[in-house]
Design a protein around this ligand. Structure first.
Ligand code: KQY
Length: 365
């Protein structure tokens, strides 16, 4: 059973580990809503299946699936993927799932953030979102992890930590009035320190151009290790991504982490620009209150949006012109891990990528 805890994780001696620290497994949630995924989500389901297969080569994968899709998912997913029935509104467990924290005694607990579908009634992506908001508690129950219900709206994709006291996030997302309008920057920083055990917050400005999450950091940059950040980068001064990435690089290179170290910035090529085709847009059901998918809209593609597993990196193949270069950089950055590319355009069409659809469970003990 998972107990609901009072207090805050940091005061209890817990911290969020870096994603590069060992995992005991990974969660994914199965896509099915036809107003976000084209053709009844069948192409997206195939892409999610390949992500699950790639991760399952080196760590256990659990898939959260609705009752309606359970039998179908069991048929198409590899036998080694564990299925559990959980109701969701969509399929982004990075954001609706718990953020796990650990302590020195080998205990693991979950943080159950408030979730409002990336902006609630002010720019959120769908309504309602109450099933998503209950997912973290259910994952904690299954993992046997006691849970803190955090008092702020936050998505897992909007933060990255180095596990040694440093957090990166964007102002565009965390300070957006559609998340926690009643809180100041200082109060948000305090909530991050209290819940994640961090001391230093390095603020970046905006996230990837046209990112519907209001600029999640997980699409822009991530820690490869303490002191080392991977950043999506465009050399093309006419691309709005150039200015966004240049500003992020300036801020990262001027910063020191919680231990006083400088941050090394490793640049990943920015894919694209990639746009939604007319055929792709036509395959998505138009529904009032859900973000429309329109032909010609630019997708927020990024190689930084990868799963950092204990033994493998699973990264999105989204642009043949840059996929090999991205793979080489990831291989050089993570020499001990297998680098596996998975075709991910169908996930990108839903508004995110491989990091957004996964949630690691850190190893303990
Ligand atoms: O960036 C993420 N962590 C999630 C992307 C969600 C997109 C919803 N359509």
């Amino acid at each position: 059973m998972s107990a609901l805890l009072s207090g805050v994780p940091a005061a209890d001696g817990f911290r969020m580990p870096g994603e590069f620290e060992p995992h005991s497994g990974c969660w994914i949630a199965w896509p099915e809503r036809p107003d976000n995924w084209r053709l009844g989500a069948k192409p997206a389901q195939a892409a999610y299946t390949e992500v699950a297969r790639a991760i399952a080569t080196s760590e256990p994968v659990t898939m959260a699936v609705s009752d309606a899709q359970f039998e179908h998912a069991r048929t198409v997913l590899p036998a080694e993927v564990r299925l559990v029935e959980i109701s969701t509104d969509d399929a982004w467990i990075r954001d609706m799932g718990p953020t796990f924290v650990v302590d020195e005694r080998g205990r693991r607990r979950g943080i159950d953030w408030r979730f409002n579908a990336w902006g609630g009634l002010e720019g959120g992506l769908y309504f309602p979102w109450d099933r998503d908001d209950r997912v973290a508690a259910k994952v904690c129950e299954i993992e046997g992890a006691d849970r803190y219900r955090a008092p702020i709206v936050l998505e897992g994709g909007s933060i990255h930590v180095d596990g040694e006291g440093t957090l990166i996030a964007t102002e565009e997302c965390l300070l957006n009035h559609n998340r926690n309008p009643e809180l100041t920057r200082e109060q948000i920083e305090e909530a991050l320190r209290d819940h994640l055990g961090v001391e230093k917050i390095v603020w970046l400005g905006r996230g990837v151009f046209n990112d519907e999450t209001d600029g999640h950091v997980d699409n822009l940059a991530c820690f490869a290790a303490p002191g080392k950040v991977l950043l999506t980068w465009s050399d093309d001064a006419s691309d709005p991504q150039h200015e966004i990435s240049a500003d992020a690089a300036d801020r990262l290179e001027a910063a020191a982490d919680a231990k006083g170290r400088p941050l090394e910035v490793v640049r990943l090529p920015s894919p694209g620009p990639i746009e939604i085709s007319a055929e792709e847009a036509a395959g998505v059901d138009a529904v009032a209150g859900t973000l429309p998918r329109r032909a010609g809209d630019r997708l927020a593609a990024s190689y930084a949006n990868f799963f950092l597993g204990t033994k493998a990196i699973v990264f999105p193949l989204v642009d043949e012109r840059h996929d090999d270069e991205a793979a080489e950089i990831l291989r050089a950055t993570f020499p001990g891990r297998e680098v596996i590319g998975v075709p991910a355009r169908e996930i990108l069409l839903g508004g995110g990528n491989i990091h957004c659809i996964t949630q690691q469970v850190p190893a303990v003990g």
